[in-house]
Design a protein around this ligand. Sequence first.
Ligand SMILES: Nc1ncnc2c1ncn2[C@@H]1O[C@H](COP(=O)(O)OP(=O)(O)OP(=O)(O)O)[C@@H](O)[C@H]1O
Length: 714
Amino acid sequence: MTSRQPFKSNSTPKTSIIFFTVTISSSLVILFAILYFIYYLWYSLVKRSRTSPYDTTTPLNKLQRYSYKELKDATQNFSDSNSIGKGGSGTVFRGILKNGKLVAIKILDSTSFQFEQEFQNELNILGALKSCPLVVNLLGYCVDRDQRLVVYEYMPNKSLQESLFSESNNNCNNMSLNWARRFDIILNVAKALSFLHLECDPPVIHGDVKPSNVLLDSEFRAKLSDFGLSRLKLEGEFGVDLFSQDLWKSQELLKSEELSGNLNAFGEGGENETPAIGTPVESHDHDEVDFALALQASSSSKNSCRSHHNVKNLALNSLNWRSDFGNEIDIKDRIVKGKEVSTISTIENGKGVDNKSVNYNDELSSISPSKESNLNAAMVTDDNDSNNVGAKQWGKDWWWKQDGNGELRSRDYVKEWIGSQIYHSTNSNWDEENQCPPSRISTRLEKFEKANDNHLQELGFECHEGAIEKEESKRHRKIQEWWKEEHLDELSKKKNNKVKKFQIRSTKLFKVRLRFKRKRKSSHKSHNVNDPDTEFSFRKGWKKKDSKSVGSDMWSGDLFSRELSSTTSMRGTLCYAAPEYSGCGYLMEKADIYSFGVLILVIVSGRRPLHVLSSPMKLEKANLISWCRHLAHTGNILELVDERLNDEHDKDEASLCINLALACLQKMPELRPDIGEIVKILKREMEIPTLPFEFSPSPPPKFPSRSRRNNRTM
Ligand SMILES: Nc1ncnc2c1ncn2[C@@H]1O[C@H](COP(=O)(O)OP(=O)(O)OP(=O)(O)O)[C@@H](O)[C@H]1O
């Protein structure tokens, strides 16, 4: 007993000391953990908000930040007389800066829910490129509360869209774009894309190649503009968009990995401290990845032997325009993956498509429904969401959100729109119809639904049968629901005055159509600049278009083709977007190549990709791509050349361009030539690849002809 007593008395204080120590230290650990967690949350939030390109941490040190007042003064308070164009993302004004420099100032439309992203994208990507004579020069930007402005070099001849489709240029005698200029534009756009795909590291994919994004200088030399939908292709990132990652995470990662010491606060003269600009890095000849197999989207840049230049941290490093355009970029020949596949036996919807059938089969019809099945409904975002787009929407489904309802496909958009437009053009009571209130839109769509497929068949849009047909009609219903939600329900959630505004706008649209029809009848040339026009964009709903812009020119052709040609939708523009890139597809270099193919046809023909005129005789020519394929099949591609050129074109060059366009427009991305090859083909340094059987003017007979067989038997 006595021997146990001291033991007990000694062990109790020890235990309690241990107990105390453990309790205190564990509570300290917990406390620190909580503090750390709070700090981490705070830090990451602050970090996030700091990562906008216009913030001081951003290394866009070559760009100037302008004050709103400065730009306001430069444009005489953004006066109508200085307005030079309006696109889907904003209005562009001509301005003269204090130093006398003529500039183009774009005010991004802050009502668009992705305007912040487009702004940041433009700055991060275009701002990172250094003085390429074929890419429009970004001079600076302005951030003023919710206003975002971008300042570019001024291009006196505006856009190719203007030159091709403006009324003044529709006159044969006043054709600013003769053949030589057109060919140069094609070559220059090819070189610009070559710079982006092959000279930049990581490669830049433009994502929205179309005439309104090709600007023309005083001598009609082309420069590529509008990088709002562009993206960088990070190393090892085949098929995964930059935007599928968190852009800012990528930025931070790169920052911490290799550039931490080099980032300088914006405006602190960090230019000298940034890593060597345009430092060539090793080529990646041996790093080949079979993108063709992986994604059916070949990676021209991966496989090419190119001289890389670092574009570190997305925007940090700049790219030197290394190549003298006289001597051109040194791009070694390379084997295009999948080239050995000589015919397009594309599998569409699980069914092989007959190679021989050269029908009016538009690329838009080849969109795989499975690709879109995962889309989330997110089109209808309320204002609060849209205000918070900043960091949130850099997430992986940001692009998808643009696409709207998961059930929507580009083809659906087009079908609905074509149906409605054709209905208008064939309806004798058209004018009366136009005056119906917006609430009747969906009813009218239902009426058009039946007519759609017939019209689409004529236009070259495939109409699937059986189950697909049913699915289609379901989609149509969903489209209508979306339409209602997008334009009525969403708005009804908002304040009453917004609803009123919407109604006014809708009424205006119908008035516009009415005016438009009258305008066409009377061939009225002048228009009131101050009279705002309204048109419908699938992406943005109702949008106001400046009548002075030909990108949005109400009077330069028929409303329908203008809408489709100028509607930026999904990750690109309808009719210019590659089929594999249908809303949630992967944006690879070959998507740009496809758009470039459409662009070539538009330049050569002087037509929009979808151009429906009132005359039914011309319906077969409505779909430019299908018409071109048809002409290729019948061996008469030169019929496509713009009549306004009065036969004053180089026939060899024209047929080279058209054949090249057909090669670029192949459905399978890996069959399309890469941009290096395209430049060589245009410069006649390389033969154009053999076109698939279906484009061949005189397809070889599959079986010996009867006469031959007879000869043999004789
Ligand atoms: N740097 C510039 N110099 C002269 N005109 C310009 C310049 N940038 C744009 N424009 C004019 O403004 C118009 C609208 O350009 P913007 O890039 O906003 O729209 P878009 O490309 O037609 O449409 P979206 O943004 O939907 O692709 C162009 O068609 C062009 O006429």
